[in-house]
Ligand binder design. Structure first.
Ligand SMILES: Nc1ncnc2c1ncn2[C@@H]1O[C@H](COP(=O)(O)OP(=O)(O)OP(=O)(O)O)[C@@H](O)[C@H]1O
Ligand SMILES: [Mg+2]
Length: 434
């Protein structure tokens, strides 16, 4: 650096600026934790395979001392994201920093601190469990007598002591996963990336792995994917849900349950002489916002919003005291599960999947009514794109105050082309809504 250069006097402008991204959508994204170091920082990371956009410019941070869980349907882009973070595949654009090293400029630096458990085991058939662990411990810079110590503690950690001398090809599916988790953790890797680590493990082994990971998260940044919702709930300090290559929401399990959860489910088991209407009246006399969810065989299910929890005791007492009169045998409650959160977030995606053509048609129809200005606003392609990303068609109506119309339009578009062509009918049905 020379005095005649600007940087000599001003220094380099925060090279981390690209990672300083705060999602303005505070409804779906919980504020990042304060005071924690981010082992992984992702900035606009994107991957295209030909015409297929697998990861669509995601930005987020994953923190030391935490487990960040990535959830998403098959093909959502989880493995692709992890493959870019570990340098398996190069990003199309954007970048990420893993433990201080940029994945585009210093993949060697990334790998020094990295432990990986890939979705599909990458093991050497003829090497034993012990040889694998020795190999990876040395690869990660462990040397001398520490190697043996590390190998023995890891093998105990993942519960493979009995298989130390067994070749990897002779291991069962679950045992191979345990070995892959051990390989990821050995050598004190600061950043550990685990792609479906517990797939194929029995329930006991899964729970064991949970406690191993919970202990291992101290001083490390751990990222994992899973299709087990209970696992995400137990392990995830922060949970991000991905769909179509985009992170749709992120936050603690509590945050996401508040966002997508219905609240509590009250399940009442009825006798044949039970009158469901009377039962519903009793439930709603205590919790007016309770909704009848379903009646299946002898089970009547209600949704009780958690904001009304102070009214639950009186309701339960009444149900308990009047079992005979109400014709019920028992009842119980359950809270929102992660599964519900995941499915509801997917449902939201479904509703938002709407094509350019559909939106154009809708806008044209709407333009004939009161939304002329909006039509012009959104007619340009760029505006449309922004509009899609930010709010989508469904919210278009909400924004202009036509809540019911927005929902109706949505249904109309989802029912198919023929329905869409009936503009006249559409105008007729929606007339009273405008
Ligand atoms: N090497 C590749 N070439 C072309 N397309 C790919 C490649 N790898 C992944 N894809 C595509 O990218 C998308 C995301 O795949 P990815 O493996 O990241 O999903 P995932 O979220 O890990 O799913 P799963 O839960 O099934 O493991 C998919 O549509 C997939 O077909
Ligand atoms: Mg995957």
């Amino acid at each position: 650096m020379y005095p005649d250069q600007k940087t000599y006097w001003l220094g380099y402008k925060g090279s981390n600026a690209q990672y300083e991204y705060e999602n303005p959508d505070t409804k779906h994204f919980e504020k990042d934790p304060m005071g924690l170091n981010a082992g992984i920082q992702i900035a606009q990371l994107r991957k295209e395979f030909g015409n297929n956009v697998a990861v669509e410019g995601i930005s987020m941070k994953m923190y030391d001392g935490q487990i960040t869980v990535l959830l998403g349907h098959n093909g959502a882009g989880k493995t692709t994201t992890m493959s870019m973070l570990t340098g398996f595949i190069p990003p199309t654009s954007g970048t990420a920093q893993v433990n201080g090293s940029d994945i585009r400029k210093d993949i060697q630096g990334v790998r020094e601190s990295l432990g990986l458990c890939p979705q599909h085991n990458i093991l050497f058939d003829s090497l034993t469990v012990q040889e694998h662990l020795i190999f990876f411990a040395k690869l990660k810079g462990v040397s001398g007598p520490d190697v043996d110590k590390e190998v023995m503690s890891t093998v105990r950690q993942v519960d493979l002591d009995g298989k130390l001398k067994a070749s990897s090809e002779s291991l069962s599916g679950g045992q191979k996963r345990k070995l892959s988790v051990g390989i990821a953790l050995i050598g004190g890797s600061k950043v550990v990336i685990l792609d479906e680590p517990t797939s194929g493990m029995d329930p006991g082994a899964r729970r064991h792995t949970w406690s191993v990971l919970q202990q291992a998260r101290q001083d490390r940044t751990i990222v994992l994917t899973t299709h087990y919702m209970d696992e995400a709930d137990v392990l995830g300090d922060r949970i991000a849900i991905m769909a179509e290559g985009v992170i749709k929401c992120c936050g603690s399990s509590m945050f996401l349950k508040k966002l997508y959860g219905a609240g509590y489910h009250l399940v009442v088991v009825k006798r044949s002489d039970c009158n469901v209407d009377s039962l519903t009246k009793v439930v709603q006399s205590h919790v007016p916002t309770a909704e009848l969810e379903s009646v299946i065989n002898t089970e009547v299910s209600y949704i009780l919003p958690d904001s009304e929890s102070s009214r639950f005791p009186a309701l339960f007492t009444e149900l308990d005291d009047h079992k005979d009169q109400l014709g019920i045998t028992s009842f119980g409650t359950s809270a929102t599960t992660m599964e519900e959160v995941f499915l509801n977030s997917e449902l939201e995606q479904e509703e938002r999947k709407i094509t350019y053509q559909e939106t154009q048609t809708m806008i044209k129809m709407a333009a004939g009514k009161r939304w002329k200005k909006s039509h012009e606003d959104f007619n340009k392609k760029d505006d449309f794109k922004q509009f899609c990303i930010k709010e989508q068609t469904y919210l278009f109506g909400l924004r202009t105050g036509h809540n019911r119309l927005a929902k109706h339009m949505f249904k109309t578009f989802r029912t198919g082309e023929s329905e869409m062509c009936k503009c006249g009918d559409f105008a007729e049905t929606t007339k009273h809504m405008l």
